[in-house]
Write a protein that binds this ligand. Structure first.
Ligand code: LRH
Length: 499
């Protein structure tokens, strides 16, 4: 097949991007078409995402990607795929009808804001719901870790749902963008698993949970599997963007599903990875298995992946801890940035104190550095060090990175023990956080394992690679997609220090 041009819409909690992927001779060349900021906004007392602003940037990005493709003599885009963070959703009203009663797909408007998963509205909801359906029963049904922000718990507090007119739909964020693009309403399966309402294995909704939570089945759109065509860009929109009738392909729309697809691993054995960004998602890619009580207690989840795989992983607060701390210092007028702090932390002494990055107290935004300093406990060697043991921003950053590395060591060991798999030979770190050389080295040292870092744009690459496979531009299947990834990117390897 000749070269083809694909666009990945890839939304992260702090930034979004539209990437052009040019597939040629077994490689994907990644060309940034448009990057934009994303951040939480407060509306009516809730933390929300500004979907209107994101939609404006997405359209700009698609036009830019199309222009880049044309500039390369590729004629335009052959497909588009969308991924974002999981669990959050839009409520979309029914489509308008014309004078003859025919619906106009894509005309249904959003009802209210997209409330963000870090909002306080779900405080205590999971605990209350567990009195109705036990934690064990929920876990046996879905295999999903009971985090406060699961879509199920968000829905339980969402008083807007009761007032929705017939024909309204809950669309997960990438599905809502798919609806804006094509007018089609579908629920992509990898992201559906993040709701905490899908049966483990992904063969349908856990009806028992829907009934217990009072979730109306009609609110949920039919499923679509990654690799299937969602639809074609609506003619009016395609006309405005000047991009023609481009198909939108469902990808692993949960960003972590796309990221793990782009892990540059060889072979079929269990792959150990960290998808490192706002969160550090650490775990194993496994065949499906029944969720166990031990895994529930250890906080591990079974997210639905590509090719029927399961992402058996734990959510560890990742670069969020660092970026939120930096936001506090900058608000206080300190002249600090990530690059400078990492350089200082790398040459500074080892951390004198550590925190637990899985502690839910770090979920909410605001005054992160203060919370870290208050929570930090002196490391074993100096238990009597008086508080506070962290004083400078670089010390806080060093504490956060060492805390992450220690947590990775514990959680990977737990994952292997629970899954009954041997300790892996190496750990793959993908995503924006894989650029953090200090963290990679600390991780290699803490685990005593080789760390392979990259690709940085794993979510976009996984998104593009699945589109390419769906179009037949590259062979389908995880191992050929990973071969394509390896041929497309430069990786860096970190060996554990001899000491
Ligand atoms: C990472 C991520 C993660 C989810 C969280 C809500 O972006 O999708 O996999 O747990 O956001």
């Amino acid at each position: 097949a000749g070269p083809c041009a694909l666009a990945a819409v890839d939304l992260g909690a702090t930034s979004g991007r539209v990437m052009l992927g040019v597939v040629v001779e077994g490689r994907i060349e990644l060309v940034p078409a448009h990057r934009f900021d994303n951040h939480l906004v407060r509306v009516d007392g809730h933390l929300c995402w500004d979907l209107d602003a994101l939609w404006t940037e997405i359209r700009r990005g698609l036009r830019a990607a199309h222009d880049l493709a044309v500039g390369r003599g590729l004629g335009g885009l052959s497909a588009i795929g969308v991924d974002s963070w999981a669990v959050d959703y839009a409520l979309v009203g029914p489509d308008e009808r014309d004078a003859d009663g025919f619906p106009d797909p894509g005309s249904g408007t959003r009802r209210g804001e997209v409330i963000a998963y870090r909002d306080h509205r779900t405080d205590g909801v999971a605990e209350t719901f567990a009195q109705q359906v036990s934690r064990q029963r929920q876990y046996a049904l879905t295999g999903i870790a009971q985090q406060p922000f699961n879509t199920l718990y968000q829905l339980l507090t969402d008083d807007r749902v009761a007032g929705l007119p017939a024909g309204s739909t809950l669309l997960m964020l990438p599905d809502a963008i798919g609806h804006l693009l094509t007018g089609q309403r579908r629920t992509e399966l990898t992201n559906a698993s993040s709701t905490g309402m899908l049966r483990v294995g992904g063969d349908g909704w856990a009806e028992e949970l829907l009934a217990a939570a009072g979730v109306d089945r009609d609110l949920l759109a039919p499923f679509i599997a990654p690799g299937e065509v969602l639809g074609t860009v609506r003619p009016a929109l395609a006309g405005k963007l000047g991009i023609g009738d481009v198909p939108v392909i469902a990808v692993g729309s949960h960003d972590t599903a796309s990221a793990v697809l782009a892990v540059p691993a060889h072979g079929d054995g269990p792959v150990a990875y960290i998808s490192s960004g706002t969160w550090s998602l650490i775990g194993l890619e496994l065949p499906p298995s029944a969720p166990t009580t031990e895994a529930l207690e250890a906080g591990f989840t079974h997210e639905g992946g590509i090719d029927g795989t399961v992402r058996f992983l734990k959510n560890v607060a990742g670069m969020w801890l660092v970026s939120e701390s930096i936001r506090q210092w900058q608000d206080e007028g300190l002249d600090v940035d990530l690059e400078g702090l990492l350089a200082e932390a790398a040459t500074g002494p080892p951390a004198r104190a550590l925190i637990d990055p899985t502690d839910p107290q770090f979920l909410a935004p605001g005054r992160m550095a203060d919370r870290v300093i208050a929570a930090a406990r002196p490391t074993g060697a100096r238990p009597s060090t008086p508080d506070p043991v962290l004083t400078t921003p670089a010390e806080v950053v060093r504490c956060l990175l060492e805390s992450l590395a220690q947590t990775y060591r514990e959680e990977l060991a737990t994952a292997c023990r629970l899954a009954g798999v041997a300790r892996p030979e190496r750990l793959y770190v993908v995503g924006g956080g894989s650029q953090n050389a200090l963290l990679n080295q600390l991780t290699a040292d803490a685990l005593g394992l080789e760390v392979v870092a990259g690709p940085m744009e794993a979510t976009a690459l996984g998104n593009l690679a699945l589109q390419a496979a769906a179009l037949g531009a590259v062979p389908a299947g995880r191992s050929s997609i990973r071969e394509l990834v390896r041929a497309s990117v430069e990786l860096e390897t970190f060996q554990p220090s001899p000491a």
